[in-house]
Design a protein around this ligand. Structure first.
Ligand code: FE
Length: 233
């Protein structure tokens, strides 16, 4: 009887070892399954991260391209400064700050002038002061009040815009708008803007072709663009 047990015992031991080996292998397979599952579960957050990054990058690109498209102007650094022209006899200080020089009583052809103020490196000049004064449609200046006189400032992109009318002719001069432009703490540029196709441009001693407005017809009057390049210190 005992001999029979001794003879069978190795087989029982072998069987037990085989069973243990199978159990171990099954357990390992189970752990691999868990690893696989846990890897699968952790994949979506990894995928979300780059998406979150690209979403975050999108507004930066948009604001950058908006700023660039807003500055859709031709300027090559170093840029030539806008020419200075005589102030003339009708300048008045202490004008009101306003973006419109006209009101319901103003007669003449409505004109909206806009553009940018840039420095010699073609960079926008924010908060530049723009002084405007001009004759009315009959070629007369208001030397007692502030009709068709005022000043405004460029925005953060160096952009400005003001409303006025096309000035009338007065003896000895062609159509023109007087302008002063000054960067914060910078030197003051005094100059004049002119109109294209005006016959008296050719006989005007102050007229400068580089100061002619780019005029377009809009639904409620004329629009004109001009970019000033100024020294900032
Ligand atoms: Fe004048």
């Amino acid at each position: 009887m005992n001999n029979r047990i001794y003879r069978v015992f190795p087989y029982i031991l072998l069987l037990a070892l085989l069973l243990l080996a199978c159990a171990g292998s099954a357990s390992q397979a189970g752990s691999q399954g868990l690893v696989t599952n846990s890897a699968t579960v952790s994949t979506p957050p990894l995928t979300v991260v780059p998406e979150a990054n690209s979403v975050a990058a999108a507004p930066e690109q948009t604001s950058s391209s908006t700023a660039n498209s807003g500055l859709a102007i031709s300027c090559t650094s170093p840029a030539s400064l806008t020419v200075a022209l005589t102030e003339g006899p009708y300048f008045k200080a202490n004008t009101p700050e306003r973006a419109s020089l006209i009101d319901a009583n103003t007669t003449g052809q409505k004109l909206t002038v806009s553009g940018y103020v840039l420095d010699g490196d073609c960079l926008p000049v924010a908060n530049a002061r723009i002084e405007v004064w001009q004759a009315n449609a009959q070629g007369q200046y208001d030397n007692t009040g502030y009709t068709l006189r005022g000043h405004l400032f460029t925005d953060a992109n160096g952009h400005y815009q003001f409303e006025t009318i096309v000035p009338g002719l007065y003896p000895g001069r062609t159509e023109h708008i007087h302008i002063k432009v000054q960067a914060p703490n910078g030197p003051e540029l005094t100059t004049q803007l002119f109109f294209p196709g005006v016959a008296s441009n050719d006989s005007d001693g102050i007229f400068d072709p580089s100061m002619v407005l780019d005029i377009h017809q809009a639904t409620d009057g004329l629009t004109a663009q001009f970019n000033f390049i100024i020294a900032t210190k």
